[in-house]
Design a protein around this ligand. Structure first.
Ligand SMILES: [Zn+2]
Length: 78
């Protein structure tokens, strides 16, 4: 069984679709049972949609906004 830490560590792969069926199934099983990780994945997904720096360079304002967001949620996770 996956731990929350495993979900957090592989969340970027999950969002990239860079994951095999077995891993994907394990993550989905965990998300079904764990509201912390559901929220984490949802926030990460929203964050990736919101930031353009995957494609072009972000401004300092955008970067600090994202970092603020990340830091404000980081404490919720082990
Ligand atoms: Zn979890």
């Amino acid at each position: 069984m996956l731990k929350c830490r495993d979900v957090v560590n592989t969340a970027d792969q999950l969002l990239d679709g860079d994951m095999n069926h077995r891993q994907l199934l394990a993550i989905k099983m965990h998300l079904l049972m764990c509201s912390h990780c559901r929220r984490y994945v949802r926030q990460l997904r929203a964050l990736l949609r919101a930031i353009p720096f995957m494609y072009k360079k972000a401004s300092d304002t955008e970067v600090s906004k994202v970092m603020e967001h990340v830091h404000s949620h980081r404490d919720n996770y082990p």
